[in-house]
Design a protein around this ligand. Structure first.
Ligand SMILES: [Zn+2]
Length: 136
């Protein structure tokens, strides 16, 4: 019983961002976040992972943790959109946007050496062959 408040971690979580005291709807990277901060955190991180717009970055690319983040954020976004009662249309739109973007990034990261243009070109080339093969 040393530190009061430790046990509120799971039961009664509040957003951990700055001075925001909003009710947490999800955790991301083990941080409890309110809906608005969840959305902005997702956007922020997805933007960093976006391979198509990426400037040369000195940070090493860790595909495993990138995939883990993408999975986590899409799972949580889906969860929130299914279980939150009081979403505004804007918030729903953003959750959907995050889901779609995360799904797209996940596919791009499966073939990190291909640019989008290249993968479109090569799927054209092999159109006849891939039509017969289970390529999904
Ligand atoms: Zn917040």
């Amino acid at each position: 019983m040393g530190l009061g408040g430790m046990d509120t971690m799971l039961a009664n979580r509040n957003c951990r961002m700055g001075f925001c005291n909003g009710a947490a709807v999800a955790t991301l990277d083990n941080q409890a976040l309110c809906l608005n901060h969840f959305l902005s955190r997702c956007y922020e991180k997805l933007e960093k992972l976006e391979p198509r717009g990426r400037k040369f970055s000195s940070e090493p690319v860790d595909l495993t943790s990138m995939r883990a983040f993408i999975e986590e954020c899409s799972r949580k976004a889906l969860d929130i959109s299914l279980h939150s009662q009081s979403l505004t249309n804007l918030q729903r739109g953003r959750l959907l946007d995050i889901l779609l973007w995360a799904g797209e990034l996940f596919l791009l990261l499966r073939a990190p050496r291909l640019t989008l243009a290249q993968s479109i070109a090569s799927s054209d080339e092999h159109f006849a062959a891939s039509a017969a093969s289970p390529n999904f």
